[in-house]
Design a protein around this ligand. Structure first.
Ligand SMILES: C[S@@+](CC[C@H](N)C(=O)[O-])C[C@H]1O[C@@H](n2cnc3c(N)ncnc32)[C@H](O)[C@@H]1O
Length: 207
């Protein structure tokens, strides 16, 4: 099954899993603590899913654009934005792994838990770099190396987490400066009979 189908099917139930909501809320808080928002900013959420990361701060920025390869996820994002009465959000189906150009220019690009689904990082990072305004910021949250234990259903998972140094180098190679990788949060979940904790990093870079 393709990632598109899997996430389409998961979209309706995506927000009902409490540990996931808690994890993304923690990522979002940490991210926007580091990168303060303001009402002039155009923000892009790459692999936005249902908007757990970014919809909660949409009313603090000028515009929020969500891009994703799952129509199901994008539909849920749009329904939530409507229910919240937001008028400054939009979505677009876009697959950066197919070298599709991102429309528009952004002050901030955020992404949570997407890059482990991206086989080749560099072409996607280059497209994100190109879509930033001068001095625009990128902020990515993803798993530290997880030994392949985080995903029960490993379909379309191309990386068992990332080594922080290698991820920082990937950002630099794609043209980002002032690259930093810090702790975001952790999530505890059952693996077999044990509870395991998985840490998540925040990688930031500037154009
Ligand atoms: C684990 S979910 C994370 C969703 C959301 N960012 C969150 O934190 O709740 C991964 C998301 O990335 C999307 N995705 C996977 N590969 C993608 C790609 N090449 N381009 C854009 N989105 C992609 C999936 O459709 C899915 O919505």
């Amino acid at each position: 099954m393709s990632a598109e189908n899997r996430f389409d099917q998961a979209a309706e139930e995506w927000d009902s899993l409490e540990p996931r909501k808690k994890m993304i809320r923690a990522i979002s808080e940490r991210m926007f603590e580091r990168l303060p928002l303001n009402a002039e900013m155009d923000v892009l959420d790459f692999g936005c899913g249902t908007g757990l990361l970014s919809l909660r701060v949409a009313d603090q920025v000028k515009s929020l654009t969500g891009i994703d390869t799952s129509s199901g996820m994008l539909n849920t994002f749009e329904q939530k934005a409507t229910q919240m009465g937001l008028k400054n959000t939009q979505t677009q189906w876009l697959d950066l792994t197919q070298k599709m150009e991102i429309p528009g220019q952004y002050d901030l690009i955020v992404s949570s838990m997407v890059f482990h689904h991206v086989k080749e990082l560099n072409p996607v990072l280059v497209l994100l770099h190109r879509a930033l305004k001068p001095e625009g910021q990128l902020c990515i949250a993803d798993l530290d190396l997880d030994g392949g234990l985080f995903h029960e259903n490993a379909v379309d998972v191309f990386h068992n987490g990332f080594d922080r140094k290698a991820f920082a180098e990937a950002l630099k190679t794609a043209g980002f400066s002032a690259v930093e990788v810090t702790d975001a949060t952790s999530i505890t979940k059952p693996v077999g009979d044990e509870l395991r904790s998985f840490s998540i990093f925040l990688a930031t870079g500037e154009k």
